[in-house]
Design a protein. Sequence first.
Length: 440
Amino acid sequence: MTKLTRIAGAATLGSLAAAAALLAQAPAAAPRPSPMNAIAERYVKLVLAVGQHDADYVDSYFGPPEWKAEAERGQLPLRDIEQAAGQALADIPPLAEGDRDELAVLRHEYLRRQLEALRSRVRMLEGVKLTFDEESQALYDATAPTHPDSYFQAIIDEIARDLPGDGALVDRYDEFRSKFEIPHDRLQAVFDKAIAECRRRTLPHVQLPANESFTVEYVTDKPWSGYNWYQGNDRSLIQVNTDLPIYIDRAVDLACHEGYPGHHVYNALLEQKLLRDRGWIEYSVYALFSPQSLIAEGTANYGIEVAFPGDERLAFERDVLYPAAGLDPAQAAEYAKVQALVNKLAYAGNEAARRYLNGEIDRAGAVAWLTRYAMMPQARAEQRTRFFDTYRSYVINYNLGQDLVKQYVESRSGGDPARRWDEFVKLLASPRLPSGLSPR
């Protein structure tokens, strides 16, 4: 991998080694003794223990280094991990009568549900087979709706009317979209401008730590298009996969989703508000296959709309990003219109994953289905099936997560833009679960 982009944010680091040194100097605050803090410590150690069996499970950890070393030395068997998680669940104390601290109340349910998801993941590692919907409910506290082929076909018919011509629609779309690819030698300039604008729009609404920052790297040979690796101490490493073409709309998508007000902001707020201020040690670790991921991905996707309401995104892309990429700004509105239609196919990926993971179709069938109903060219569809192999039902966290978060925030904000930011930020810094996102 090659680091191409400067560090974005209030402070800079020369390397990840420097970040590690800072973490060593500023360890997580020690939690105050309490029954729930004891449960939280057991939870963290169990997550680290699962990570010895599942390389993808621990997405980030910046707690006491001796706990990680202990997990590596101990190599606790899966059966013992499951039993210990069950005991931790049984030992969660009842809520104190009359407790009016909303976050403390949410914390009880959060730890319970995270431990349940951990047990489910351990059972999967032991060989238990779950259907797509059973798995998503067990791991992410949610089940995505099912759509028939006719639902997607109606959207595709609408897209076809905007892209007339001969040949397969996916090929016509691919040809149309090729005019909006960011040249590789302009990626850094375009992403720098997108990141700066996303940060500018976020800072008036979010009180971030003074030293927050992130590094952007461009990588290859990954099953995802972008990833935020939170390092702790208010710093992230963001990687962008360049295996396939990167189109102009992905600049704002990735800058918001991975950075501001997405994953980077989400993790920094949890570290600041819950780990440092309250001493809740469970927020020193992020278990990827858990309900937390639906909140993380849902807020990251919905955050794009929060940062760029109405036509503001189109105006910024047309006036700033198109010229930076050397593209024709006069075509920005047409591209945005087509992309808005294609985005209606978001749940097509869920349907392909559900059928593929349930054994109803094989890989070739999944690729064909994605090509037909998700408008993905062959190479992109093949990359998506690699994502299914690795992350399985995780796919629901992007689209269902976005819809649930949007419904929750907008039901509480009443359409007021300022209140929308307030409710969004409160959600970012809370232990609320997916099942707790239903409107009041």
